[in-house]
Design a protein around this ligand. Structure first.
Ligand SMILES: Nc1nc2c(ncn2[C@@H]2O[C@H](COP(=O)(O)OP(=O)(O)OP(=O)(O)O)[C@@H](O)[C@H]2O)c(=O)[nH]1
Ligand SMILES: [Mg+2]
Length: 503
């Protein structure tokens, strides 16, 4: 190729020889006329195009003849470096030399580097038994600290999805790049790191447009998904009941539909299996538009049916006049644990996010002979994907019949107050904000007295509401909560009978 004094256009190499354990099989050798060595642009191209080698030949100003040759190649990181996440330079520079004296066995070098990449991936894979190896990426136009917190939550989500988190990258930009989200430099860094750490999945903390997913997965040659899709995947992994599976699959298909482009599903052909590519029944997600649409309307009907059946059941219960209490709150707050301790049951509770998908109901006898039904529900999260809220409406509608919401908060989480906000916002969206509510500060065992009092006060100031502190794993701390519930339910019962008399 011939360029001008300043630049040269690289042709589009397409997907030639693309594989995670290999370089491109191409060396770029070009001249620099003004005495520069390898520039940052040269190194970026080396990484983005995954070239075997980037070489520049300087030109001797006096004679016009070739002068020194400078070359660089990429290096895979070693297994130890993966573990310590060392950030050493991904390039190695060859000794500058004059053209006639270049005697590196370059094919040998590249072969051994490629073998090393394959080996790293192999050992990493064996160690982790086929779990997705991910790099998390946060891009923000706002505060870096907020982006970091958000990325910490994303990491928890990724771990809950059984992924291995290799690295986290954050970029602050004045403006999100409409095409690739990240700037070119960061994109290069991401690519290099994913290559060196043997990643096979990139998760973005922001919601990506279909075009961005396509651009990013083309640039990195990796599977690229966003936060809503990761959450959907966790739901898909967790769904147990027929009902849960149906709702998750509906949500996944609704998410997928606008992202499918006729004859251009390269981004999704890479989604077969693994995070972002699995349905709750371990079926491969359908990627044909018409069939996706058919399935969506079929599933919608089934969810409608479910919703009707549940309504019937609820009517039955309301007639029986047993008050209903629902435990709501951020995921991982301790709702299921509280239900278990209160009712001596063994509902699945775990450190992972979204441990509960299928609501469970238990009877609970309060002091003074009152009996109530207590519901455990699916946890909430900031920016819950809309398709999920819509698909889970049958489950969430159940909450609307409650006489009391017990809003469980993980008071030991540094983001507790932001989590309270998120939950209240979702409750408002679901029109559940009119139901009486108690705020319960859970995990008090992990906090000292002073911090707990501080949080209680904060809630009183912010929400004009009292809160009750408990530790769901210590039954003796629950007495004030049970009494409070009894008190409110007692009032509800009296109000009910009054309105019945009034009628
Ligand atoms: N130290 C401590 N840990 C708790 C307490 N309550 C719950 N946990 C732990 O917190 C984690 C999450 O508890 P879950 O009961 O599954 O939380 P959840 O609100 O049902 O979560 P989702 O179902 O995911 O929405 C588990 O590892 C519990 O053991 C508590 O009072 N103190
Ligand atoms: Mg739970």
């Amino acid at each position: 190729m011939v360029g001008d004094a300043k630049k040269i256009e690289m042709p589009d190499f397409g997907r030639a020889r693309v594989s995670q354990d290999r370089f491109r099989g191409l060396r770029c050798v070009h001249t620099h006329l003004n005495g520069e060595r390898l520039t940052q642009d040269d190194l970026t191209d080396l990484a983005l195009l995954r070239l075997d080698l980037m070489s520049i030949i300087q030109v001797n100003e006096r004679t016009g003849l070739p002068d020194l040759v400078y070359s660089a190649h990429l290096v895979p990181s070693t297994a130890e470096k993966i573990e310590t996440k060392s950030q050493s330079l991904p390039y190695e520079f060859l000794e500058p030399n004059i053209p006639s004296q270049l005697d590196t066995d370059f094919i040998g070098l590249i072969n051994s580097l490629e073998n090393e990449m394959a080996r790293n991936r192999g050992t990493a894979r064996n160690r982790q038994t086929n779990r997705d190896r991910v790099i998390l990426v946060g891009v923000t136009t706002g505060y870096l600290s907020e982006a970091e917190e958000s990325l910490t939550e994303l990491e928890e989500l990724a771990l809950s999805a059984e992924a291995v988190v290799l690295d986290k990258i954050i970029q602050r930009r004045p403006k999100i790049d409409p095409k690739t989200v990240l700037g070119r430099g960061k994109l290069e860094e991401l690519l290099v790191r994913s290559m060196r750490l043997g990643a096979d999945l990139i998760v973005f903390d922001t919601e990506l447009s279909p075009a961005q997913v396509r651009a990013l997965s083309e640039a990195t040659d990796l599977k690229v998904i966003d936060r809503p899709q990761l959450i959907l995947d966790i739901f898909a992994q967790r769904a147990q009941s027929r009902e849960g599976k149906l709702q998750v699959e509906l949500a996944q298909l609704k998410y997928l539909l606008p992202r499918l482009v006729q004859g251009q599903n390269s981004a999704f052909s890479r989604l077969a299996g693994g995070i972002g590519g699995r349905g709750p029944g371990e079926t491969k997600l359908e990627t044909d538009r018409r069939r996706v649409r058919d399935k969506i309307s079929q599933f919608e009907k089934q969810v409608d049916n479910l919703s009707r059946q549940r309504q019937e059941r609820r009517k039955h219960r309301v007639q029986k006049n047993v008050p209903i209490i629902s435990l709501v709150g951020y995921t991982n707050a301790g709702k299921s644990t509280l239900l278990n301790t209160l009712t001596d049951s063994k509902v699945y509770a775990e450190k992972k996010m979204f441990a509960t998908l299928d609501p469970t109901s238990r009877r609970l006898r309060l002091p003074y002979e009152q009996e109530v039904i207590i519901n455990d529900t699916v946890g909430f999260i900031r920016d819950l994907p809309e398709t999920l809220v819509a698909a889970f409406r049958a489950t969430l509608e159940e909450i609307s019949d409650s006489d009391l919401l017990v809003h469980v908060v993980d008071a030991s989480n540094p983001n507790a107050s932001a989590q309270i906000e998120s939950v209240e916002k979702i409750l408002l969206d679901l029109k559940l904000n009119e139901i009486p509510q108690i705020i319960v500060l859970n995990k008090s065992d992990l906090l000292d007295e002073d911090s707990l009092t501080a949080i209680e006060r904060q809630i009183e100031i912010d929400k004009h509401r009292e809160s009750v502190s408990i530790s769901a794993i210590q039954p003796r701390t629950l007495k004030p909560l049970v009494e409070k519930i009894g008190e409110i339910i007692g009032k509800v019962a009296i109000d009910d009978s009054r309105s019945a008399i009034a009628k």
